[in-house]
Design a protein around this ligand. Structure first.
Ligand SMILES: Nc1ncnc2c1ncn2[C@@H]1O[C@H](COP(=O)(O)OP(=O)(O)OP(=O)(O)O)[C@@H](O)[C@H]1O
Ligand SMILES: [Mg+2]
Length: 311
């Protein structure tokens, strides 16, 4: 297990920002950490990277315990923080070489070249960081996070504030790196998770509310539904009579969403038969695939007040 989190908790005053978090991320998995603003994503990541001591619980990176009093585990961990602070006065190569020296890399120059090439920065190596666009600054942060080829990479909203082209390019870098590194990334973009992540963890008010492969989480949180189109116009009330107990909603395409109707092939075949018996031939019928956004809304609805606990 590359990354293991056990009963991890953080309290600020009386407020639990993270409460009893348990997670295991296997080698080579890209895990998307989702949650509304204030859910505890950054706090979790700060504890995993040793910036913030946990109030309770512990974490292991590549089998080594995250411990403020030791540095051994840090060689296995790379971190791109939410704010990505960079020294504006340094040149890109200079900054990466400096970062490499902090890790005491033996072949520092080769590592810098590799990080530059992985993040598409080779042509920017001799630019001053101060003149870089936001997307390129993000790449520098990413290059610094992976300069020592860590086994685990923690990225706090790596594509936040970037234009669509930059987002696609940064995702490509993460995908490439993620093929041999365990990545934990936080994001508010659901498509990012669907496009990039093998697994998802959703936290709400500091607690885990869903976890699994992206497909499992998608399947768990949403109601079954079927979309149908009729060959000729049909009143909503007639459709409601066909599928008692389901919500019938008109779709912009002219089709109808039957919410709560079973999405299995058998239940669809039954519906085709019923419709044909009632002289209402169908022009289309398919199971509606749930979207992560709906699952997210369902699981994180409410005011998201952080857990209060006396202790
Ligand atoms: N240093 C701190 N002192 C007091 N409270 C804090 C501190 N850091 C975070 N918090 C609180 O802990 C909770 C979790 O914050 P955190 O930054 O981890 O959320 P987040 O999920 O990263 O949110 P966002 O999506 O906005 O980045 C919030 O209620 C926040 O106000
Ligand atoms: Mg955050």
């Amino acid at each position: 297990m590359s990354l293991a989190i056990s009963h991890l908790s953080k309290r600020f005053g009386r407020q639990w920002a993270v409460h009893d978090l348990n997670l295991e991320v296997p080698n080579g998995v890209i895990l998307g950490l989702l949650g509304p603003n204030g859910a505890g994503k950054t706090t979790t990541m700060r504890m995993l990277t040793g910036y913030l001591p946990p109030t309770e619980g512990e974490a292991w990176v590549a089998g080594q315990r995250v411990d403020a009093d030791s540095v051994a585990w840090k060689s296995n961990l790379g971190y791109l923080s939410e704010r990505n602070p960079l020294p504006d006065d340094l040149y890109v190569r200079e900054y990466l070489a400096y970062t490499g020296r902090l890790y005491r890399l033996k072949e520092n120059r080769r590592c810098v070249d590799r990080a530059l090439s992985l993040t598409g920065l080779s042509h920017m190596a001799s630019r001053k960081i101060a003149v870089l666009s936001k997307g390129y600054r993000q790449r520098v942060g990413l290059a610094a996070a992976l300069i020592h080829s860590p086994k685990v990479l923690i990225l706090d909203e790596p594509t936040n504030g970037l234009d669509p082209n930059q987002i696609a390019e940064i995702r490509e870098v993460i995908r490439t790196v993620g093929s041999e590194t365990t990545v934990l990334l936080s994001t508010h973009i659901m498509q990012e998770v669907e496009a990039l992540c093998d697994s998802v963890a959703i936290i709400h008010s500091g607690a885990l509310v869903a976890q699994g492969t992206t497909a499992e989480v998608l399947a768990s949180g949403s109601e079954e539904a079927v979309v149908v189109g009729f060959a000729t116009p049909v009143d909503k009330s007639r459709i409601e009579a066909l599928v008692p107990g389901c919500r019938v909603l008109a779709q912009p395409s002219g089709e109808w969403l039957l919410q709560g109707y079973g999405g299995t092939p058998d239940s669809r075949a039954l519906l085709v038969r019923i419709c044909s018996e009632r002289q209402l031939p169908l022009s289309s019928i398919y199971a509606r695939h749930s979207r992560l956004e709906e699952v997210f809304h369902a699981l994180t609805a409410g005011n998201g007040q952080p857990v209060q606990k006396n202790s």
